[in-house]
Design a protein around this ligand. Sequence first.
Ligand code: TYC
Length: 109
Amino acid sequence: MAGKPPGRNDEGDTSVVTKTKPKTAKPPLYKVLLLNDDYTPMEFVVHVLERFFGIGHSHAVEIMLTVHKKGVAVVGVFSHEIAETKVAQVMDFARRNQHPLQCTMEKEE
Ligand code: TYC
């Protein structure tokens, strides 16, 4: 059925069209960051990236080297809950292996 044109009421007068957009704000995302240190072995960091982030070997080596040279790198972007789990897994695994590796999360702007 072809109704009245938008912006006109039943009398044919012009009127303001107000669209109420459904407000479903998307949940914020969080970057998981790996920090450099002088002691954690490079192979351990590569293993962490493969094991907890599902990153392939050669990309894991690249990311590890970026952290080694620049001090920090983003290793993934996740929901708050997933990011928190990744950070906890990495920190626990590093601690259990007596490496000072640090992993943190940061809200994405
Ligand atoms: N800088 C460490 C070394 O020379 C390697 C390393 C890389 C450590 C990345 C932590 O997140 C890191 N053995």
